[in-house]
Design a protein around this ligand. Structure first.
Ligand SMILES: [Zn+2]
Ligand SMILES: [Zn+2]
Length: 422
């Protein structure tokens, strides 16, 4: 007996209303903000992610699904979207388009993660990228896409967590101070943090180990060490957020540990059961295009995991519209009646009525029971008697009234009229 691979899930029909709802909201909000869809391949050459996500990150060090294909190429299933989209921007010369280029995408990403609730090895991500402009108003706009989307989904208690991750000019100063501070606490921190201290000190602030928390809390803040340009960028963004009354908390733990991540880094948190939950994370990456062989091009974006959104929607009791169900069921007795019913079924569907028929050789009662279960409004009953008289019986499934006898030629018109009055 086979089961889905560890860390993957089937999204069954009963969960699809949530997904359809989310896709509809995404289409609505991206159109509102003028973001255009892009789809990039599910796999790329491995070096793109090694450079674009960065060595020293958990993604590249531990989580990539990489393999050598039959042509000997080193391939990786995409572990995130930004590298592929910036690659596409450079490859297709989007620099010549009006800037910024505003893109969004939606699809599966793959990470070999430790499996836990809401964390999967294949998960679906919604992602937007705004490439080619460094105005902090762009940061505000990207954050506003997230805000608008999560508001329209119906999440409560939304707020931003905000930080700056500096730039290659000012970050080294901060890193020196941070490393100096951590050296004084080297015996108190976890083994992972001792490694981070050597390899990627910014990631020290990411540590989830209990014993490291007080040390993170008391660590120096990068915002006290920003250069003039980075400080002004942050100050303007905060001014814009204030102007729109968007609640945000400066969170000095939010960092991205690589040189091409610059300035703004943010998350959106929503009220969950008990704790707050991050529903998206993003930031600016002004050095990435250059890292991937393009000319210097600023950019900012965010990604949001759809499975987590669905979990949180259920937790919060957010209601979503049902998907269309059949309206009419055809019920037949005998082979001749079935032939005629298949014609009627076809006519109903051609006129846009969602109709189904019972398959197999089941009794009238069994067919009616199944019509009832599928919650159709009307059953069209066709037996030998009706066949002979050129009629059908129409049963209103929501009432006890006896069926109504009508000519077969009137079935479509009659049901169209009945369904229209609800
Ligand atoms: Zn700076
Ligand atoms: Zn630690």
């Amino acid at each position: 007996m086979y089961v889905a691979p560890r860390g993957t899930i089937d999204i069954l029909p009963e969960d699809q209303p949530y997904w359809e709802f989310l896709r509809a909201k995404i289409a609505e909000v991206t159109a509102l903000f003028d973001y255009r869809r892009i789809d990039v391949p599910i796999f790329e050459e491995t070096p793109l992610y090694v450079r674009g996500v960065g060595e020293g990150t958990d993604i590249v060090d531990k989580e990539m699904y990489s393999f050598i294909d039959k042509g000997g190429r080193d391939i990786t299933l995409r572990p995130e979207f930004t590298a592929g989209i910036v690659r596409a921007y450079v490859q297709h010369g989007m620099k010549t388009l009006p800037q910024p280029v505003k893109l969004y995408t939606l699809g599966p990403i793959f990470r070999y993660e430790r499996v836990q609730a809401g964390r999967y090895r294949q998960h679906t991500q919604f992602d937007i990228e705004c490439i080619g402009e460094q105005d902090p108003a762009v940061d505000l706009e990207v954050m506003s896409v997230a805000w608008e989307l999560f508001s329209r989904i119906g999440f409560q208690g939304l707020n931003f967590q905000l930080n700056s991750t500096g730039c290659p000019k000012c970050r080294p100063n901060y890193l020196r101070v941070l490393v100096e501070y951590y050296r004084q606490h080297e015996t108190e921190i976890c083994a992972d943090c001792r490694r981070r201290l050597e390899r990627n000190p910014l990631r020290l602030l990411d540590c989830k180990v209990e014993g490291c928390q007080p040390i993170i809390e008391a660590a120096p803040h990068i915002t006290d060490y920003l250069c003039e340009e980075c400080a002004e960028h942050l100050a303007l963004l905060r001014r814009y957020l204030d102007a729109l009354d968007r609640p945000y908390t400066m969170n000095h733990r939010l960092v991205r540990g690589l040189d091409y991540y610059t300035k703004t880094v943010f998350e959106v948190w929503a009220q969950g059961i008990g704790a707050q939950n991050a529903v998206c994370g993003g930031g600016r990456y002004d050095g990435l295009a250059e890292e991937l062989g393009g000319s210097p091009t600023p950019g900012i974006g965010f990604g949001s995991g759809m499975e987590r959104l669905v979990l949180l929607m259920k937790e919060q009791g957010i209601q979503v519209p049902e998907l269309p169900r059949p309206q009419v069921a055809l019920v037949t007795i005998g082979q001749e009646a079935k032939v005629r019913a298949l014609q009627l079924l076809n006519e109903l569907r051609e006129s846009g009525i969602r109709a189904v028929i019972g398959f197999g050789d089941r009794s009238l009662r069994a067919q009616l029971r199944s019509a009832n279960r599928s919650q159709v409004a009307y059953a069209v009953i066709l037996g030998e008697e009706e066949l002979a008289s050129g009629q059908v019986r129409i049963q209103d499934m929501r009432s006890d009234a006896s069926p109504e006898l009508i000519p077969q030629s009137d079935v479509v018109a009659t049901l169209t009229r009945y369904l229209a009055r609800g």
